[in-house]
Design a binder for this molecule. Sequence first.
Ligand code: SOE
Length: 382
Amino acid sequence: MAAKKPLNIGLVGYGFMGRTHSNGYKRVNDFFDLEYRPVLKAVCGRSAANAQTFADKWGYESIETDWRKLIDRKDIDAIDICTPNNTHAEIAIAAAAAGKMILCEKPLSMDLVEGQTMVEAIEKAGVPNTVWYNYRRVPAVTLAKQLIDEGRLGRVFHYRANFLQDWTISSELPQGGAGLWRLDAAAAGSGVTGDLLAHCIDTALWLNGGISNVSAMTETFIKERKHSETGKVEPVSIDDACAFLCRFENGSLGLFESTRYARGHKALYTFEINGEKASIKWDLHDLHRLEYFDHGDESKLRGWRSIHVTDSDHPYMKHWWVPGLQIGYEHTFVHQVADFLGGLAAGKPTSPTFREALATQAVCDAVLDSAEVGQWQTVVPV
Ligand code: SOE
C-alpha cells in the first residue's frame, strides 16, 4: 500500500476536548483505510508545563505557548481549536488567513454575528473546515439519518429532544477558569443553549431540516458565583436551563429542553421523531440502540423494534469489531477524523462545515433572543 500522506495537526487547547480529538487522530488509521495520516505535530497552551505534560502523554512532537506562532509554522497543515468559545473566532480567522485547514470545537462562535465573520474568512480562504458536532457520528444517529432520507418516516409531525445534566447544582461551584469557563458568559457566550442545545439543534437540522421560528424560556437558578479568576462573587449571566418550541420548515413541530439542574442525569441526550409512516427514538445512554416503529408492519406483529446498531452494514461499524460488539462516545470523534480525511482525499467538504454550523448558531441566537423578549423569533436564514 502507498505511504499515507501526512496531515500535520496543531492542536490549540488541551482540556477535555483536546483529549477526545487527540484520541481520534491517534486511532483513526488503525481502523480506517485512508489516504491521509494525522501527525500530532504540536500542542499549544498558555502554560508550557501543562502543554509539555499533554504532549508527552499523547505523543505530540512539540509545544507552543502562543497560538499565533503555531499558525505561523510552515510544518502545520491543520489547526484544531479546542479552546473556550470566546477564542474560536480570532484563532479561526487567523488560521484561515494563513491558509490552514480548520477543525473547530462546537459551538462555532459566541453568537451569529461573530460566526458570520468566521464563515466569511473561511470561505474567502477556501480552506477545508469542519465543526465537531460529534453526536451525528454515533452509528445509530447516522442510521436514523439514512432511514429518514430513504423516506421511511414519511411526513414528519414532531421532533423532540432533551439534553439533561446535573453538574452545576451546587452554589459553591465557582465560574470561570480551567474547567469552569462554561459557567462564565464572557468565555462561553451562553449556558446550556450553546453548550448542550447546540448539539440537539445540529442533529435536528441534519435529520429534519431548517427551523423557521422559535419561542423560548431560560432560567439562571444560581444568580451569583465566585469567579475563579477575579476571586470576587460576580453575577452569573449564562442560562442554566432553556426550553423552546419551534416550527421546522417542513411543517413539523419541535420541542427542546436542556438543563444542568436535572438531578440524576449526567448526559441524557435523547430525541424522538414522529412521522406519518414511522417513528424513531434514540438515547445517548444506550447509544447503539435505535428504536423504530413502522406502521407498515403487519398489524399483529407491529411494535417498537429495538435495533442494536452494531452490524457490519450499519454506519461505521464494519471498521470496528465483529457484529454485536459495541463502541462508545470516543469513537464519534474517530469517525469525524475519518470523514474529514476521506473528504480531503475526495476533495469534498466534511459536514458540518462552518457554514452548516452557522445555521445552528442562528437558531441558538433566536432562542436566546426569544427568551429575553418573551416572544416568538424568526430564525435568520444563513
Ligand atoms: C458539558 O458538560 C459537555 O461536556 C459539553 O461541553 C459537550 O459538548 C457535551 O458533549 C457533553 O457535555
